[in-house]
Design a protein around this ligand. Structure first.
Ligand SMILES: C[S@@+](CC[C@H](N)C(=O)[O-])C[C@H]1O[C@@H](n2cnc3c(N)ncnc32)[C@H](O)[C@@H]1O
Length: 276
């Protein structure tokens, strides 16, 4: 396949960071995960990925992905024919990693991302790409008419790039259309948000975060009273069962990071909520 320059907007370019993290990891002897599709995709895209080489936050992105994967696997084990919706899917390969052959998947992103994604993935009766902003309510009607619940929505490294008013609109849309659904999302606290200019990966692209959230339970109590926090972790307080599965060098890395108690790390949370 000819290497093609990706024609992506500013925020869309950020999808190349976790994609590259998964591709690079795949070549390691003791890997957090293996993603041969990510390697193929990286090889066929004309982009200076070298700017991300060796950045510590690539490991953070992988740990986040593993936790989100775990939440999907647990959800599908309890509800094998449920619906999973990837909001801001980028070039993620979660379906390849955790699909159970019976669930219904929707993968949503902005139109230029879906155009790129269609070069590597195809729709099937179980798997549908949607080209739309998450803030455009029409996509929710497509999901609701195409599949029944229960629903798990994943917004991995997506909502912090939106304005707060748009995040609230998304939470309202999901809660109105899919009451009782689960939503996995990451939140940046002020320590993370205020240092984004120095962030190792973000400082190498133009996109910036626009929403930070120091206290998600309080924020939800204000926006949608009755939402339940099912889980909330930092990269240094991952579930014990997930931590136990990591290769030893990664367990040591996480322990060393925990000991430093950096505000950037401690203020970045991975959350699973049940909408009211
Ligand atoms: C850092 S990437 C994460 C991609 C993917 N979730 C992953 O973990 O590999 C952020 C993604 O959010 C998408 N995004 C940003 N704003 C969006 C919006 N308003 N509607 C839908 N997707 C959006 C971007 O296009 C990009 O694919």
């Amino acid at each position: 396949m000819d290497r093609e320059k990706p024609l992506l907007g500013t925020v869309q370019e950020t999808l190349l960071i976790p994609l590259y993290a998964r591709a690079v990891e795949t070549r390691k002897e003791h890997a957090l995960l293996r993603d041969p599709r990510a390697e193929e995709i990286v090889a066929s895209i004309d982009y200076d990925f070298g700017r991300f080489d060796g950045l510590p936050s690539l490991t953070g992105a992988l740990l986040r992905t593993l936790l989100f994967d775990r939440w999907v696997a647990e959800f599908l084990s309890a509800h094998p024919q449920a619906t999973v919706v990837e909001i801001g899917t980028g070039l993620n390969t979660r379906y390849e990693r955790v699909d159970n052959g019976r669930a219904r998947w929707f993968e949503l992103d902005l139109p230029d991302v879906i155009a790129l994604r269609r070069r590597f993935f195809t729709d099937t009766p179980q798997r549908t790409m949607i080209a739309s902003s998450v803030t455009d309510a029409a996509w929710a009607a497509e999901v609701a008419s195409g599949a029944g619940g229960p629903y798990l929505f994943l917004a991995e490294a997506v909502l912090p790039y939106l304005d707060e008013a748009d995040v609230r609109q998304v939470v309202d849309l999901l809660a109105d259309r899919f009451p009782g659904a689960l939503l996995a999302l990451d939140t940046a606290g002020p320590g993370f948000f205020d240092t984004q200019e120095e962030h190792d990966a973000l400082s190498r692209v133009e996109a910036r975060m626009h929403w930070f959230c120091p206290d998600l339970p309080a924020q939800l109590a204000d926006w949608r009273p009755g939402a339940d926090m099912m889980a909330s972790h930092t990269l240094t307080s991952l579930p014990a069962a997930l931590l136990a599965q990591l290769p030893l060098p990664y367990r040591q890395m996480v322990a060393a990071l925990a000991a430093q108690k950096l505000p950037q790390a401690e203020g970045y949370r991975l959350n699973l909520i049940r909408l009211p």
